[in-house]
Write a protein that binds this ligand. Structure first.
Ligand code: 5GP
Ligand code: MN
Length: 342
């Protein structure tokens, strides 16, 4: 079909465009995690190998445990380079949006991306994407990670021979982080076959696990210890654990971007707990993270009560209320989920 301005066409209609050199911008959700950074860098190396001019722009800064990734130092932080970023976006032919479903997940970049006149392509695995904002795309909540989807994109593009160990290293990172190191249900046979393919290409997986998970500074563990000891509350009647991190803790333990990553998972490690909720008192907002096991749908919960969303078992949200007020609201709204949480 011809280029369509108002509907998102299936990604295979995009592949023929790869044959001629274009200017591409790739972006991801704010505060990129392993999957956001891995998928954008994986696609970046692939498009570069095809001869395109490619720039990655992150809406914000990111955790330092991602800095080892190949060419991570070339990623532009929008907040620190607004004018330069605007020029690049406005001159681009293509805008790839990876690992997010709605443009406001790019925070202060939303306006720039909305008004951009170029072809917009979505590759994402979150629920309920804003399809009208994209010309081409693939959205599949069954996928473990956006990195898995970039692998599929490369495999189907007609240029699968360009997949090399650098791309594999980037994509492995997001597959690993978004599957909880291959433990979540999304770690399908296909995912394991992809990893086998990466190994055949020469991927060394152990250093990746170390770079991501064994690179904390002492203060991060002290922050975690304090949170587990003093900031956790178990609401047994709702099989829910909540952790509330005030700004004073972030200051005391000198928390950097990424230092609170993974905190919420400790809540779900408690026997019988079906929902874990973490709220962090950030400067600009109270940022919620929700996790669940068994049937409880935190995507619906976050969407309904905390301006957020994500996946059924992992979602995020936000509030402009004070920390006390948003925690009180949480304790109030879970009362209506008592039956679902049994
Ligand atoms: P986290 O708790 O790690 O920040 O996010 C968990 C999952 O939910 C991730 O897949 C993340 O991309 C998604 N997520 C986090 N915050 C939001 C949000 O405000 N809106 C939406 N739609 N998804 C979110
Ligand atoms: Mn993801």
């Amino acid at each position: 079909p011809e280029f369509c301005r108002h509907c998102m066409q299936s990604i295979e209609y995009f592949f023929p465009l790869l044959a001629k050199p274009h200017k591409a911008v790739i972006t991801m959700h704010q505060k990129p995690d392993g999957d956001a950074m891995g998928s954008t860098l994986g696609l970046y190396h692939f498009l570069k190998a095809l001869g395109h001019e490619v720039v990655i722009i992150s809406p914000t800064n990111w955790a330092s445990f991602l800095n080892w990734m190949p060419d991570c130092n070339k990623v532009i932080d929008y907040e620190a380079n607004k004018e330069k970023s605007a020029t690049i976006v406005n001159n681009a032919d293509w805008l790839f949006c990876l690992d997010f479903n709605v443009l406001h997940r790019t925070k202060n970049m939303e306006q720039l991306l909305t008004q951009a006149k170029c072809v917009k392509i979505l590759i994402d695995h979150h629920q309920q994407p804003q399809e009208e904002a994209f010309n081409y795309g693939v959205s599949d909540t069954a996928k473990s990670s956006t990195c898995e989807m970039v692998y599929d994109f490369i495999a189907a593009s007609g240029y699968a021979d360009k997949l090399d160990v650098t791309i594999a290293t980037c994509l492995y990172t997001g597959i690993m982080t978004d599957t909880g190191s291959f433990r979540f249900p999304g770690a399908s046979a296909h995912v394991h076959r992809i990893v086998a393919h990466f190994k055949d290409l020469g991927l060394q997986h152990s250093p990746i696990h170390q770079n991501i998970y064994d690179s904390s500074l002492e203060n991060r563990l002290r922050l975690l210890g304090n949170a587990l000891l003093n900031r956790m509350e178990i609401l047994y009647e709702y099989n829910t654990a909540i952790m509330v991190v005030p700004k004073s803790d972030l200051l005391k333990f000198d928390a950097k971007t990424g230092d609170t990553e993974g905190l919420v998972n400790y809540l779900l490690s408690i026997q019988g707990i079906k929902m874990g909720a973490l709220v962090i008192d950030r400067d600009e907002e109270r940022k919620w993270s929700f996790r669940s096991k068994d049937g409880f749908d935190v995507n619906a919960f976050a969407r309904e009560h905390f301006e957020g969303g994500g996946h059924k078992n992992a979602a995020g949200g936000r509030s402009s209320d004070s920390l006390d007020v948003t925690v009180r609201k949480f304790k109030q709204v879970i009362q209506q989920y008592e039956a679902q949480l049994q």
